[in-house]
Design a protein around this ligand. Sequence first.
Ligand code: GLC
Length: 510
Amino acid sequence: MNRFRAQRAGERRYDWPMPLRIAMIAAECEPWAKTGGLGDVVDALSRSLGRVPGATNGLVEVFLPRYRSVPVPAEVAGSRTIRVPDPLAPDGMTELTIVDIAANGYRLRLIDHPPAFDRDGMYGPPNGSDFSDNAWRFGLFCRAALETLRTEPETPVDILHLHDWHSGPAAIQRDAWLADDPILGRAAIVTTLHNLAYHGWTDRTDLRQLGLLPGGGVLPAAADGVDLIREAIIRAEMVNTVSPGFAREALVEPGGFGLSDALAAKGDRFVGILNGLDTTVWDPATDADLATTYSAGDLIGKTACRADLLERVGFDPADRGAVLGMIGRLDPQKGFDLLHDAAPRLLAGGARIVVEGSGHPELAGGFRAMAAADPDRVALIERFDRVMARKIYAGVDFFLMPSRFEPCGTGQMISLRYGTPPIVRRTGGLADSVIDELTRPGEGTGFAFDTARPESLAVACTAAIKMRAAEGAPWDALVARGMAADFDWDRDSAPRYAALYERAVAIRRA
Ligand code: GLC
């Protein structure tokens, strides 16, 4: 059942046969709460779906925990209290508040329960560990979302769209306790996998946080715990991950992080959909955080952005040598260690390096030491600074994403749009979104390498730097192709989710 229509320029490509009510249940949603790409995608997809005339009747909503850091506006669209089953409450029930906010194109629904969410940190304390009661916190969050939807029968929810392990409890709850509910029983689950490395594993001894018991009807008696992301896969009508390339990798271990059997069992109910990029949020022609805006037709402003960035990080702006930038969680997944180890060679070749990110203390320490030893050539911005990040996307000459694995990745799409060719490892969504100039000369939008080794990164960087230094038409054409790459949510990604929803509904109602 494919509702894609032939597309003429500027015309929307799809048309939904029926209005669907879609409820996202997610641990992050930009700009309210975000630690990574998950937050961007939940927001941008929800907005894109909401823009489709008639498709959803404007009924896209996003359930989000009200963490301490969530800025609640003085004026909210509505607020009500509900009582929901709480496995740890003395009488088994807890009262919590649903705060509705009219977000930009969808309805944000905050689950407010201070004992669970009014803490320093979303998933754990700032030292990087997890809260020991995360199963309870996210279980209660999911149950509150389901109970809210259940008490709104006027427009029954059609799709429960779960994201990563945090919303896994909702899949268990629907099947275990709400399968016969007239509203939730007919709702289909779509699970989107953004990161398979985090499973939400809950030990046997912690199962009561979720209201589960081994042998209690949901889990086998011998269960040593529950894997929440696995449950979200098994119980979903449709499952997707955020690029076709990563979907293929995930079907074969170790690419599936122990889940490839569950994914393979879904058959054609497991697909890859490349994330979009929000081109209104990421546009060098309108970006107010840049020293000067610019566009593909007029790149003079990019030179000013480069000078502005280099001055800010203490580099010589007159030096034409290549500046390499990298932004993200300082995490081995992202390959920061590869850059760290390749750095001596790159620096010796005349390159300079700007890194922004925080996380892994050892990685941070390594870059800190490097920046202290060579402040004219290495800069570390050891925090997540949104404004600086934009200045880096615009101001550096190359953007690095040497990820070990990458379900999709956002930075490469942003840097393409900002006219900064990316250098990526050929994996997952990076391979799907960057065309490698080294293997497809004259067609490339960036540069790719295969092996997760510092030497391979250095070789790719060296080739890229050489091409830039030649300053000719091939280089300009590469930059232009990158800036023209189109990852628009409305045109491609959101219609694919629409098709996924339709299939999920059809499967559920069959
Ligand atoms: C996770 C993945 C990243 C993806 C993002 C949004 O952060 O690691 O590759 O882009 O989710 O889907």
